[in-house]
Design a protein around this ligand. Structure first.
Ligand code: C2O
Ligand code: CU
Length: 478
């Protein structure tokens, strides 16, 4: 998954020079111009035996027999066409998380399409909009937590970036048993569930067909490998290294730190921000951060997460400078005077050009609850599909105010749009654009978006166990 940037630039430069020769230019145009910017991918969804590098093989739900699924990497403006064939025992779909594409390709069963039945096929086709780090995943039941996800990277058409090397890192929570997240396993009782939670702990809880509680994960993987089987990332002293951090986990927020280095945030959810230096970075389910660091501190270091604990199960990503021999990587310490980035620290590089600044056409208040004596999670007291429809008109400037009245954080995700985080401390035209935002326990959060993508769009908590337990509704164009 690594590309040496210098190699890439060398190749690109070579191609550019060739194009200056008129004959070659003509040839390039005559050779299948019609299909030149359609990129095709073939995906088979099926159960397959996998091994994450520790423990016995187990059966996961996979694209093309692998976890994570294959990387989709295209250029801005190209068309992505994915032939999906479903060999799973139940229906499936693919959702292109964060991409504001046409509604019919968004991959939400019962909202934008019928589920693709077992044995059937579906062709997804849409234009890759602007550059950035994205992911794709199944949007049916618990399939995301069984292995059905993968990275989707859109490279800028022109800007080659100011870095020498890049790595794409998917941070994955795993139940390493047949069926993954639906395997019989210990379940985590949500905070506040009291007696009932205590009673449910230690066994699988389906509440007569009701939702599952979150599992207790037994492995944190990066790109389908768990420690100690994770190959160290290699860097060379003096390089600028870009990391695309992508969190397809079903219910794990990671608080990350790289030992020996600070990280400079350049993008969140594919959108560029003014570079911001931090020691610690928190990334929720569905969120992405592109970060860079300067390789100026030779050694053997660990990038790891605070909440995945110690020992074998920990998320541990070793980073080794070329030529450094030591066998044990140095872990980060989460103590002392650390810079800990918050959303409010970030400013967009894409100023708001909308003519409607300051005007709000429609406002929705969304109260998030759950976990108290109930396995259900709600928005304004409703359990999806028995949920609200947030009705908007094309061209509206829409504000959503979240109010989290529960003891769990909820990474709220809106399909089909980027939204701006309302930040009273900075000017509206500097508000960052995202598609997923963590709303912390007992906190509020406001977002604003322009209704510019007609359709019926899913809107939900990206904790998969909260989503399936009802914490979802739809934004619908009138
Ligand atoms: Cu990545 Cu509706 O989700
Ligand atoms: Cu949630």
């Amino acid at each position: 998954m690594a590309i040496t940037r210098r190699q890439f630039l060398k190749t690109a430069l070579g191609a550019g020079m060739a194009l200056q020769v008129p004959g070659v230019l003509f040839h390039a145009f005559s050779a299948g111009a019609a299909t030149a910017n359609v990129r095709e991918f073939r995906f088979t969804a099926s159960k397959a035996k996998v091994n994450l590098g520790r423990g016995p093989d187990f059966v996961a739900w996979t694209y093309n027999g692998q976890v994570p699924g294959p990387e989709i990497r295209v250029k801005e403006g190209e068309t992505i066409r994915v032939y999906l064939k479903n060999f799973l025992p139940e229906e499936t779909t693919i959702h292109w998380h964060g991409l504001p594409i046409i509604n019919g390709m968004d991959g939400v069963p019962g909202v934008t399409q019928a589920g693709v039945q077992s044995g059937e096929s579906f062709i997804y086709e849409f234009e890759a909009g602007s550059a950035g780090s994205f992911l794709y995943h199944s949007h049916v039941g618990y399939q995301l937590d069984q292995g059905l996800y993968g990275p989707l990277i859109i490279e800028p058409a022109h800007d080659p970036g100011n870095y020498d090397r890049e790595y794409t890192l998917l941070l994955e929570d795993w139940v390493m048993k047949d069926g993954g997240g639906v395997a019989p396993t210990r379940r985590r009782s949500p905070m506040g569930m009291g007696m009932m939670g205590a009673m449910m702990r230690g066994r699988r809880f389906r509440n007569n067909g009701g939702p599952l509680l979150e599992p207790v994960y037994d492995g944190y993987a990066v790109n389908g490998r768990v420690s100690p089987a994770i190959e160290p990332l290699t860097v060379t002293k003096g390089e600028r290294v870009k990391l695309r951090l992508i969190n397809p986990s079903s219910s794990t927020i990671y608080t990350l730190r790289l030992a020996g280095h600070s990280l400079t945030i350049t993008h969140t959810d594919a959108n560029p921000v003014e570079p911001f230096k931090t020691d610690v970075l928190r990334i929720g389910m569905g969120e992405r951060y592109d970060v860079e660091f300067k390789a100026d501190n030779p050694g053997f270091w660990l990038l790891s997460a605070m909440e995945t604990g110690g020992g074998e199960g920990q998320l541990r990503i070793p980073i080794r400078y070329k030529g450094v021999q030591s066998s044990e990587p140095v872990p980060p310490v989460f103590e002392g005077p650390l810079r800990f980035v918050t959303y409010g620290d970030l400013q967009t590089k894409l100023p708001d050009e909308g003519p409607s600044q300051g005007r709000i056409d429609r406002g929705f208040r969304q109260v998030l609850r759950g976990g108290m004596h109930s396995p259900y999670w709600t928005i304004n007291g409703r359990v999806y599909p028995n949920a609200e429809r947030l009705v908007v008109k094309k061209g509206d400037r829409v504000r959503i105010s979240y109010w989290n009245r529960s003891m769990m954080p909820h990474p709220m995700h809106l399909h089909g749009h980027f939204f701006r985080l309302v930040n009273p401390s900075i000017a509206p035209d500097m508000w960052i654009l995202k598609d997923t935002v963590i709303v912390d326990p007992m906190q509020g959060m406001e977002i604003e978006f322009v209704a510019d993508n007609v359709g019926k769009w899913f809107h939900h908590c990206h904790n998969l166990y909260h989503m399936v337990a009802g914490m979802a509704n739809t934004v619908v164009y009138a």
